[in-house]
Ligand binder design. Structure first.
Ligand code: ADP
Length: 625
């Protein structure tokens, strides 16, 4: 995820150009609002330039009339008495302040609204992009870090755009206007004032670069901290059971201390830069006064002119002071922007190929042709896997842990693509179908069913958005779940914990079966292409296992089914059993055929039968005792 060359102009201009370019479609949509705000901004700048002029006239024509060497130049005011002139000029001062405040209000509010609109849209894009990224991306990324990107990185970008970037643009334009007027008033004096600028630019660039580096690494560290916190809180049970608190706290506080150090360093650098600018303002003012007073005494310029000059100088350096003040913030926001771009620029590995078609209603004939697969390029997990399944057949995948069974079924879901070979469904490569139209026709029940923090009803309805209450109940009945749901405090409206913690494993499993069932009912003709059951009953007690199995049998009655199981008793009826070890299918056939073969399956079966018999005898003994 490394990006940009620090020596380039883009990097010096904190990646802002890149961020603006990337988000130009979203910015384009706010054109009308931006134009109105920009016009208001221009009016504000003009009025800002006008501000010291009434004072100049008061100086030159009322306070020090001896210096009046030319007429006032404003016909309307020419014939006025000094008192009337003073009244007119002070009223002018008020009018300028009032108009300027109004214009500033509209420009600030307009720009802030536009920025918020743009960033809200970017956040929505980012979220939907994250959802579309393949599992291989999510396995590598830390979820806490990704959450920081969607929430606080975007927020920081919005805050800094409104609080720092927009005022900075306004001040910079004011600066340009003031330099123009200063040169128009007296070019020599303007040159003296401008002499300080190169010094300023040199120091700002240098310090800004350092601040940006510090801030970027601080931001990465915050991401790491969020990731550590999310991981340990997500697995708090394991953490407490294994007494890992101390170790995790140590890691966390290490990051925390480092982040504090970096934050202090960034603040020191920014404060130093600000003081430097103040010093330069003092220097410029002294130079201008030194030469300006001589010019006034020589009657080359009026005292009012000098007043305008000094006033402009003070205001003109304001954007610079702002620049110094906001440098840290802008650097932070740029780093945030880059982190957002990093995600948006990641192309999903698994996506619709060009010319992909909507999957028709699939029958569920599946063929693996010499499929090989690896998560990382170095280690192959599946080697040359080939087998064929007729529509409606039940296939069981068995074998030792780590053999590659779950990997094989994730290929069926197209969570990953094979490295070599192909997987055909109804005679077409999976990659020929549009991803969503394919996955819609696959039903999945995993070992650890994921329930959302929503009502039971909603959790089931996620299988088919907009399902009626009646359909939900029907699905729950099919899944053997209706009775226990009705026994919950609020029935179908009971809200489940973040991980459905208030339900037992078997109950959660049955809710996820109901979710699959409601989806199946919604499919127009044949139901699912195939169902994938990845150890759905592991860890359940006998009673729950029985209920879940019954529900699964009903769900998969007619459709092609892939069942991953450790328990060979549950696979005896399968039409085809694949014994997988070390990423290869070592044996395949029906239960009877494999027993006759007398190979690994037969050995595993014999072992499980013996253990099962022993434990049944133990149970009987315990009851008698
Ligand atoms: P099984 O389901 O038979 O227990 P798996 O398919 O889960 O086996 O795992 C097969 C091999 O793939 C294991 O060696 C496992 O460590 C590896 N593996 C599983 N998932 C990933 C992953 N996301 N990234 C890298 N390796 C993985």
């Amino acid at each position: 995820m490394a990006r940009r060359d620090p020596k380039s102009l883009r990097a010096a201009l904190p990646g802002i150009v890149q961020i603006l370019q990337r988000f130009s479609p979203q910015i384009g949509k706010q054109k009308a609002l931006l134009i109105v705000s920009f016009v208001a901004l221009m009016a504000e700048i003009f009025l800002h330039l006008l501000e010291p002029w009434p004072l100049k006239f008061i100086f030159d024509y009322i306070l020090v009339p001896g210096f009046r060497s030319q007429s006032l130049g404003i016909p309307l005011l020419a014939g006025l008495s000094p008192f009337a002139l003073l009244t007119a000029l002070t009223l002018g001062l008020v009018a300028i302040a009032l108009l300027r405040a109004t214009a500033a209000y509209f420009s600030v509010v307009g720009m802030a609204l536009a920025a918020s609109n743009v960033l809200t849209e970017i956040r929505a894009d980012l979220y939907s992009h994250l959802q579309s990224l393949s599992l291989s991306f999510h396995h590598k990324a830390k979820s806490g870090d990704l959450i920081t990107r969607v929430t606080s990185d975007i927020e920081r970008l919005r805050e800094v755009t409104v609080m720092a970037v927009l005022p900075l643009i306004a001040h910079s334009l004011t600066l340009v206007g003031m330099i123009g007027v200063m040169f128009w008033l007296h070019w020599e004096l303007a040159l003296i004032a401008a002499a300080v600028f190169p010094l300023f630019i040199f120091f700002t660039m240098r310090l800004t670069r350092r601040i940006r580096q510090v801030v970027r690494s601080q931001r990465q560290r915050e991401g790491a901290m969020a990731a550590t916190a999310a991981e340990s809180i997500g697995a708090i049970k394991v953490v407490q059971a294994l007494s890992l608190q101390g170790m995790l706290e140590h890691t966390f506080s290490g990051h925390n201390r480092q982040s504090l150090k970096e934050s202090a360093k960034a603040q020191k650098l920014a404060a130093g830069l600000e003081r430097l600018v103040e010093l330069l303002v003092g220097l410029a003012t002294a130079l201008v006064l030194w030469r300006g007073v001589q010019l006034v005494l020589g009657q080359v310029i009026t005292p009012g002119d000098l007043l305008v000059f000094v006033n402009y100088l003070r205001i003109a350096f304001k954007p610079m002071r702002q620049l110094a003040k906001y440098t840290g913030q802008i650097a932070k926001a740029t780093a945030s922007g880059e982190r957002i771009l990093d995600v948006l620029d990641t192309v999903p590995d698994i996506r619709d190929s060009r010319g992909a078609m909507d999957a028709p209603s699939l029958q569920g004939g599946v063929r693996f042709e010499n499929v090989s697969f690896a998560y990382e390029s170095t280690t192959r997990i599946l080697h040359n896997v080939s087998f064929e399944v007729q529509p409606g057949q039940h296939v069981a995948l068995v074998g030792p842990s780590g053999g590659g069974k779950s990997t094989l079924v994730s290929l069926l879901l197209r969570l990953y693509d094979p490295l070599e070979g192909r997987i055909l469904v109804d005679g077409h490569d999976l990659r020929e179908y549009k991803l969503q139209s394919l996955r819609q026709q696959i039903s999945v029940v995993l070992q650890e069913s994921i329930l959302f923090a929503a009502s039971v009803k909603d959790n089931i309805a996620y299988g088919c958005l907009g399902a009626s209450d009646q359909a939900i109940e029907q699905a729950a009945r099919l899944a053997n779940a209706h009775d226990f749901i009705m026994a919950l405090p609020e029935g179908y409206d009971t809200i489940l914990g973040e991980r459905g913690a208030t339900l037992s494993g078997g109950q959660r499993q049955r809710i996820s079966i109901a979710r699959a069932a409601i989806r199946q009912a919604a499919m127009s003709t044949t139901g699912f292409a195939y169902a994938i059951l990845d150890e759905p009953t592991t860890g359940l007690d006998n009673e729950n296992e029985h209920a879940v199995n019954e529900a699964l049998n009903r769900l998969t009655q007619e459709c092609t089914t892939f069942l991953v199981s450790h328990n060979l008793r549950t696979v005896e009826q399968a039409d085809l059993i694949l014994y997988i070890e070390g990423g290869q299918i070592l044996e395949q056939g029906t239960h009877k055929e494999l027993l006759c073969l007398g190979g690994r399956y037969a050995a595993m079966y014999a072992l499980q039968s013996a253990i099962g018999k022993n434990s049944r005898e133990d149970d009987a003994y315990a009851i008698e005792a």
